[in-house]
Design a protein around this ligand. Structure first.
Ligand code: ZN
Length: 373
């Protein structure tokens, strides 16, 4: 949600979360008007602003470098990365699946902090060389700050609370010891929530002791971490619960189908009002050609319902609108998510309609599973 697409690096799409726009200004502003003027007195304000902008840019690039390292290691281990979203204090790589083994997770998780540490040392070295060469405060100051912030980034990400990198390392270790990714995630996520509570408590303390801005930062990051820890645990539980389920287990079989040359008027009168489903597979000569739902019809003014036909407004098949009955439900979830649709047509091996499956079917299945446990 709320992300700007920046482009592709090494074939991985990079997105910028909207929060980054705020962060960019906030970091740039704080550096240009408070941090640099206090650290390096006696320079013109324009110099501070230039230092602030350059530092903010490299700060952003450093986070991208950190995140790219995770992604490239993941990809080398056979885990496809769809995109990276750069967030407030780091990034999130959208990985298509959980790593298969704790060893892969270890490598992936370690790559980010290692990259940040490397940058910390690199900028530190740049600062030292610049100082030796007699460069002024603007250059050494920027390098010193970038060295500091990268080491801080590595340290923060190594905090052992899932889904931070340190939490992932912790999870991989427990996973290795217990053999259960679910239990490992539970423990690592609990650590994450513990860290979140500490951050929020620390933030409240800072607010009460007159460090309002720093305090709010701590509270915000703590809240964010708490949300992420809960979300990622639930995700693992759900994908575990669904990992052995096939699409045919939760689809609605033998759905009522609709011929594609029907007018919208007849589609509404004879199908939507009679069968009370919100969507139907569409066929031409008994072959599936698309899916139509109420929302496709809602866009058409009622006056045109007698002339426009189902084939003109349905969502045609192809581009992954069909899923095979023997596929795993986890594939289905990715497909539904990617397409931002709520129903897919299910076909058997001979490409005959076997059923229809919706988000609600998955939710219902999970409710039953939870109730039975
Ligand atoms: Zn990381």
């Amino acid at each position: 949600m709320g992300a700007i697409r920046l482009g592709k690096i090494f074939g991985i799409e990079v997105r910028l979360h909207f929060s980054w726009v705020i962060i960019f200004f906030l970091v740039g502003y704080t550096l240009s008007f408070f941090y640099f003027p206090e650290q390096y007195e006696g320079l013109p304000q324009s110099t501070y602003i230039t230092m602030g902008l350059i530092t903010t840019f490299f700060f952003f690039a450093s986070i991208l470098f950190h995140e790219m390292s995770h992604s490239l290691v993941a990809r080398r281990n056979g885990i496809p990365i769809r995109f990276i979203t750069l967030f407030v204090f780091g990034g999130v790589s959208s990985i298509a699946k959980e790593p298969d083994s704790p060893n892969v997770e270890l490598k992936m998780a370690a790559a980010g902090p290692a990259a940040s540490l490397f940058l910390g040392v690199f900028f530190g070295a740049v600062g030292v060389v610049a100082a030796v060469a007699g460069a002024g405060a603007p250059i050494t100051g920027v390098a010193a700050y970038l060295a500091f912030i990268n080491v801080l980034l590595a340290a923060f990400n190594l905090v052992p609370g899932f889904p931070l990198d340190g939490g992932r390392l912790l999870r991989a270790l427990i996973w290795k010891l217990t053999g259960s990714i679910q239990r490992a995630t539970k423990i690592a996520a609990d650590f994450g929530r513990g860290v979140a509570v500490l951050l929020i408590a620390g933030g409240l303390f800072l607010v009460l002791t007159n460090y309002l801005i720093n305090g709010l930062w701590f509270i915000f990051i703590g809240w964010f971490l708490d949300q992420a820890a809960r979300g990622s645990y639930q995700q693992v539980v759900v994908s575990q619960a669904l990992s052995r389920v096939l699409v045919r287990d939760l689809m609605t079989p033998d759905p009522v189908t609709m011929p594609d040359d029907l007018t919208l008027r007849r589609a509404v009168d004879e199908y939507f009002l009679v069968h009370k489903h919100s969507g139907f597979p569409v066929t031409r000569n008994e072959e599936p050609v698309g899916v139509i739902s109420l929302s496709d019809i809602r866009h058409v003014p009622q006056g045109e319902w007698d002339t426009i036909r189902v084939s003109q407004v349905m969502e045609p098949l192809g581009h992954g609108a069909v899923v095979e009955a023997d596929n795993h439900v986890t594939d289905l979830l990715t497909r539904l998510h990617d397409r931002e649709t709520d129903r897919l047509l299910v076909v058997d091996r001979n490409h005959h309609i076997a059923g229809i499956v919706t988000n609600d079917d998955i939710a219902r299945y999970l409710r039953v599973q939870v109730a039975l446990r």
